[in-house]
Design a protein around this ligand. Structure first.
Ligand SMILES: Cc1cc2nc3c(=O)[nH]c(=O)nc-3n(C[C@H](O)[C@H](O)[C@H](O)COP(=O)(O)OP(=O)(O)OC[C@H]3O[C@@H](n4cnc5c(N)ncnc54)[C@H](O)[C@@H]3O)c2cc1C
Length: 410
């Protein structure tokens, strides 16, 4: 009989320390190339920072492109007032540059103002066309792009991130920086740097996809549980647990197969196949920063003296929110700002700020703030906010106290 060593189950294992090569030095590192990260990187580069955008996938856009999201939600309040400009509007135009979709005619220069009450400033877009535009716009701004590169650790000294540790085909290396924007959607950098974070386990299975039916392209967006309140006991998912991420991916593909069967039945043809499934798990809210400030549902119509942008509500007309700078910065790490769906917004406000337009708004503010902080070495939480607001306004961001306070109530 062969002798077998008895293996005791281990709770942890020691990783030996190792010396890493420094493969880049940047003023601003942006982690995550979704719409928020793209916005942050462009803003940082345009404000003079040597900027690198780190993306673990091979395409820019994150959920907006890789999970087949095809609606750029509104830049207006539903009552004819535009509430988002700057990069929010620039990326809107980029999303339709190579078709499909267009800027609604009433929202173009000289467009019929009365029509703006009927038609919200939103559009359909092609995820792939949008991804191509995002490459172009980043390169034009002078952003260094690094695909296939995952941020997996932080080197924090005296409350500042000195370097991000990344892994890619070349192995593990360090990139040094003046400031960092966490646009990972999952607050990965905040979590790694020891900032306080919160999570949601309320994600439904979703499968925004394209199918070919008799050679025609058909879009479908099955979801389980369906829209509305999540029934008690329904299986929902957390985006920061590996087992949930894996099951969500497998379930998404099972949903696609059920949709193929459904379309065959509905269109009375066997010529149905899936042509573009989400290449990215469709989690809406995973992990987020708990920042210096926290945006809440009841903050609708309330101005914030440190507002860095505004947003309407994607699912209804009326209320306008001011997004405070304090929702982008944490209490521990001086040179780290969050952007996109992982900013400090709770409950209803998280659901409102997690979509494309406000994601781009917070990206522009985080990137601009990071460029300033990388230049003067100040903590992002102590930034001269009025100066930041002036800079943002000069770059097209809309900040209008009256519009927020006089927006209609729920
Ligand atoms: C099913 C579904 C339908 C939706 N429908 C709409 C809609 O119709 N309209 C709309 O406006 N919004 C919609 N949304 C929401 C919206 O698309 C996203 O919330 C928004 O695009 C988020 O952008 P983001 O940049 O903050 O995050 P993400 O899109 O998640 O981008 C994060 C990026 O960071 C990268 N990343 C993550 N971790 C790391 C790491 N450690 N290192 C390097 N890179 C990393 C990811 O690969 C990704 O590219 C929908 C969302 C879902 C799930």
């Amino acid at each position: 009989m062969r002798w077998r060593r008895k293996v005791m189950p281990r709770k942890s294992i020691m990783e030996p320390a190792r010396r890493l090569p420094v493969t880049g030095e940047f003023d601003v590192l942006v982690a995550g190339g979704g719409v928020a990260g793209v916005s942050a990187a462009i803003a940082a580069a345009r404000n003079g920072a040597k900027t690198c955008l780190l993306e673990k996938e091979h395409v820019l856009g994150g959920l907006a492109t890789l999970a087949n999201v095809w609606v750029y939600l509104p830049l207006c309040d539903g009552y004819g007032h535009q509430v988002i400009g700057g990069l929010g509007e620039e990326l809107f135009k980029a999303s339709v540059k190579y078709g499909r979709g267009e800027v609604p005619s009433c929202w173009r220069r000289g467009g019929e103002k009365a029509q703006r009450l009927q038609h919200r400033y939103q559009t359909d877009f092609s995820p792939d066309s949008f991804a191509i535009s995002l490459d172009e716009i980043c390169l034009r701004a002078g952003v260094t792009l690094m695909f296939d590169t995952r941020v997996c650790s932080t080197i924090v000294r005296k409350g500042r991130i000195e370097a991000l540790i990344v892994e890619n085909k070349a192995g593990r290396s360090a990139l040094t920086c003046g400031a960092v924007v966490d646009a990972t959607g999952d607050a990965d950098v905040c979590h790694l740097a020891g900032e306080r974070t919160a999570w949601s386990d309320d994600n439904r299975k979703a499968c925004w996809s394209y199918f070919a039916v008799d050679g025609r392209l058909v879009r479908a967006h099955p979801q389980d549980p369906p829209v509305g309140k999540i029934p008690r006991g329904a299986r929902t998912y957390r985006g920061d647990i590996p087992e949930d991420v894996t099951e969500m991916n497998l379930e998404t593909r099972r949903m696609a197969l059920r949709m193929v069967k459904h379309l065959r039945h509905e269109h009375e043809t066997d010529d149905v196949s899936a042509v573009s499934l989400p290449a990215f798990p469709s989690f809406r809210m995973t992990r987020r920063l708990v920042g210096v400030a926290e945006l809440r549902g009841e903050h609708a119509r309330q101005w914030a003296s440190d507002a860095i942008g505004m947003t309407g509500v994607w699912y209804m007309k009326g209320p306008v929110y001011a997004i405070p700078w304090g929702c982008l910065v944490g209490r521990k790490t001086a040179n780290l700002a969050a952007a996109g769906r992982c900013i400090s917004a709770e409950g209803k406000a998280w659901d409102i700020t997690r979509v494309i337009p406000p994601g781009v708004v917070t990206g522009q503010a985080a990137g601009t703030g990071a460029a300033i902080a990388a230049g003067n070495g100040k903590a992002l939480a102590d930034l001269d906010v009025p100066a930041l607001q002036q800079q943002l306004k000069a770059q097209g961001v809309l900040l209008n106290r009256k519009l927020v306070e006089q927006s209609l109530e729920y």
